[in-house]
Design a protein around this ligand. Structure first.
Ligand SMILES: [Zn+2]
Ligand SMILES: [Zn+2]
Length: 260
């Protein structure tokens, strides 16, 4: 079993800190873990957020606190150190990158030849709407329009060919909002584009842990993903060692039981 989405952001760049994740993974019976950082933590990525900051004062304040606190070379040093150590399980290192359509070129340049094992693209913003930060941000939002833009942007992400995978593909449902229309066409288009770009999709337990949302992707989306022969990888989206492996086995069972 693999947990392909684990944030190391709450501790220092030391082998000691990484070992806490490894120990929990071994305890959970995982054979492989993929560790990562959010793009906004790196000073190099900050220019990408100028547009959202200019249009969303909450995010501007949030980013002033959380953004640009690391630099890529320190992260790359840690990766080297871990790669040169004897470890009981397989480890990969990567980035979870906020997707903005107008930053595809910028992202591509920034991650090129850095030696990351994987990069995933995430829809964390629907245009200027920070849909997953607080439930009250949905007050007065046109849910149908939000869903439409969420999936259009997801399809753009898949077409960009900048990333190896897409994170939490239908995370927009985390606070329980539902569109009035069927999502089947969006699911099929997204799956088709992921297949063309040779990307994988995450079965991610993060929002279920946070808000009690449905665990992982909707069954309809899993069906579309499977019909397009896309690889599904299980992900806890852990932000601390304790959450490593969260509901990984359960999600794997759901994916295996879902037929295209
Ligand atoms: Zn995310
Ligand atoms: Zn994440």
């Amino acid at each position: 079993m693999t947990d392909c989405h684990i944030h190391i952001e709450r501790g220092p760049y030391t082998l000691d800190w990484i070992n806490k994740f490894i120990n929990k993974a071994v305890e959970q019976g995982l054979s492989e873990i993929w560790l990562l950082e959010h793009s906004y933590r790196f000073i190099e990525f900050l220019p990408m957020y100028n547009d959202i900051c200019a249009n969303n004062s909450y995010i501007k304040t949030w980013l002033a606190k959380k953004g640009g606190v690391c630099n890529l070379s320190d992260y790359l040093h840690l990766i080297d150190e871990v790669r040169n150590s004897e470890l009981p399980i397989k480890i990969k290192f990567g980035l979870e990158i906020c997707y903005f359509k107008n930053s595809e070129e910028f992202i591509g340049q920034l991650i090129k030849n850095k030696g990351f094992d994987f990069t995933i693209g995430s829809i964390h913003f629907i245009d200027h709407f920070a849909y997953d930060h607080k439930p009250e941000f949905w007050d007065g939002v046109d849910v149908d329009e939000a869903y439409k833009r969420y999936f259009e942007t997801s399809i753009d992400l898949a077409k960009s060919r900048v990333f190896d995978g897409i994170a939490h593909p239908d995370c927009i449902k985390l606070y329980g909002h539902k569109p009035t229309f069927e999502l089947t066409e969006y699911y099929n288009s997204l799956a088709a584009e992921l297949a063309k770009s040779d990307m994988y999709a995450e079965q991610n337990s993060g929002s279920s842990r946070r808000t009690n949302a449905e665990l992982g992707m909707s069954v309809e989306l899993i069906k579309a993903i499977k019909a397009n022969k896309i690889r599904i990888i299980t992900a806890s989206d852990a932000h601390c060692p304790e959450d490593v492996g969260y509901k990984i086995r359960q999600m794997e069972e759901i994916s295996n039981a879902t037929k295209e």
